[in-house]
Ligand binder design. Sequence first.
Ligand code: NAD
Ligand code: NA
Length: 399
Amino acid sequence: MIIQPRTRGFICLTAHPEGALQTVKNQIEYIKSKGKIANGPKKVLVIGASTGFGIASRIAAAFGSDAATIGVFFEKPSSEGKLGTAGWYNSAAFEQEAHKAGLYAKSINGDAFSDEIKQQTIDLIQKDLGQVDLVVYSLASPRRTHPKTGVAHASVLKPIGAPFTNKTVDFHTGAVTDITIAPVENDDDISNTVAVMGGEDWKFWMEDLKNAGVLADGVKTVAYSYIGPELTFPIYRNGTIGQAKNDLEESVKHINEMLKDLNGKAYVSVNKALVTQSSSAIPVVPLYISLLFKAMKEKGTHEGTIEQMQRLFAERLYTEDENVPLDENGRIRIDDWEMAEDVQAEVAKNWDKVTTENLSEISDIEGYRRDFFNLFGFEIDGVDYEKDTNEDVKVPSIA
Ligand code: NAD
Ligand code: NA
């Protein structure tokens, strides 16, 4: 069929398999161009492996240090006449390319929050790999059914304490408007968001993996966080999602304690703001990202998910001297270039000025928009979108 983008707000309802394949190939080429990662991981589990930072982590591990990878994700498969999701097509492309390169790659499609999927993953590790030496935790989800209580938690993106009014952009139309977001009405909004995006599920994963004996001596695990500038604090770091990130960062201590006898280490990496399916859902943030990209591209420090993950692996987690650089709170920082003073000063200056009229001049709204469509395999150089495309693409290990 001919596949075109179809959007509803900040979601895209369609995805293009050949665009996804080309995107994955481009990311692989980038990783290869940077050379092998010394002391890199060899057997890797990526939870949340199909889009955003997760697929980039999987590609960095596989093509940067020849790692065998197991990817867990929650995607809609394609079938005859019905499109799969972007993450499905990304994973199909990844496995195909990994297998071509002689790399082990298998995937599990299901709810990573459930005990069943954790058990399936453990069974697969035992059968095929024995143990893993890196666990990447890159889930982003609006809901989680708690495996022990059965309660369905829904996360919210709200400020805490007071309403938050600031500028926001509709990146389809380029309209810059003021938005007011009402604060949480009760603590349930906070506890539900922490239940979905906090550290409990990461702890559950690490406990189950450890108890099953599938973590190698010296294992590392990393989960992703975000801080950002003060202008987004009310909606991000000091809002409900920020409470979840505090909880995630706090859980590092517990996991480190648990991994001690394996000489294992848990890390949180604070990543750069990037266009992903998750971040496009947050008000105010896309306008910030558009201004940020403009400033970073001008300074030559702009990165996408794959550049970020290459730097995380090569210059943080697996350095030559095996020393992992951390901030004063024990976190890895690959948001360092985003948070650079000159970049933030430029963004702050333009934040006050930005309007619908000057948006395309002082921000990189066009880059934001393109990145968004790229997530779904659209507007990728070298792909013929007028051509009939086979929508039914298998993830080889799932078939
Ligand atoms: P994303 O939406 O691109 O990826 C989410 C992944 O989680 C996908 O692979 C999806 O299939 C998987 N997933 C969701 N629910 C699942 C479930 N129930 N079971 C199994 N898999 C499930 O998100 P992302 O932006 O790459 O975010 C990954 C992490 O990085 C998050 O912790 C996020 O907060 C963090 N982060 C994001 C940004 C950003 O700007 N995007 C910046 C810093 C940190
Ligand atoms: Na991800």
